[in-house]
Ligand binder design. Structure first.
Ligand code: 5GP
Ligand code: ZN
Length: 148
């Protein structure tokens, strides 16, 4: 899928703003005053959905805190429903912030990905890295760089 570049006039050319405005079709599964949730058209697992704030904002870092909080609460609500209605065993939340972190649509969104154990048909996902112990000196150095 080709990445959209972050637009000059973000909201004007944004597919998620068009879904919010009902100018593009989507399978909508949840809505409140501030957020919309709809199915991802390239699902990682059965039931994979996206939650977006209605107010356009490019990504996680530029999002106003209240929009981010409301989007997270909507993702929580949808996660519970995925367990209840789809029989998911667990749920992953994913946010990609920036093109180098796999973001392709530059309107903040949280992926809500239901997980099904021992069911490769509905859930073919695997971790994108192999967990292995890190170098303690580098972990410590990174922690020191991160402290505000
Ligand atoms: P990102 O890569 O930015 O984290 O996620 C963007 C997601 O939006 C992708 O998983 C992609 O499948 C989904 N997507 C892209 N275009 C559309 C669309 O027109 N409609 C819907 N429902 N999802 C889309
Ligand atoms: Zn938008």
């Amino acid at each position: 899928m080709p990445a959209q570049t972050p637009p000059e006039d973000p909201a004007g050319d944004c597919i998620f703003c068009k879904i919010i405005a009902r100018e593009l079709p989507a399978f909508i599964v949840d809505e409140d005053e501030d957020t919309l949730s709809f199915m991802d058209i390239n699902p990682g697992t059965r039931g994979h959905a996206l939650v977006v704030p209605k107010r356009h904002t490019q990504d996680l870092i530029t999002a106003p805190a209240d929009d981010l909080a409301r989007t997270a609460v909507a993702a929580q609500r949808l996660s519970a429903r995925m367990k209840e209605k789809l029989g998911a065993d667990g749920v992953n939340l994913l946010n990609c912030c920036g093109a180098d972190a796999w973001q392709t649509v530059f309107h903040l969104h949280i992926h809500v990905i239901p997980r099904y154990k021992d069911d490769p048909q509905r859930d073919p996902l695997r971790l994108p890295w192999i967990p292995a112990p890190g170098d303690m000196d580098d972990i410590k150095a990174a922690s020191e760089e991160l402290i505000a």
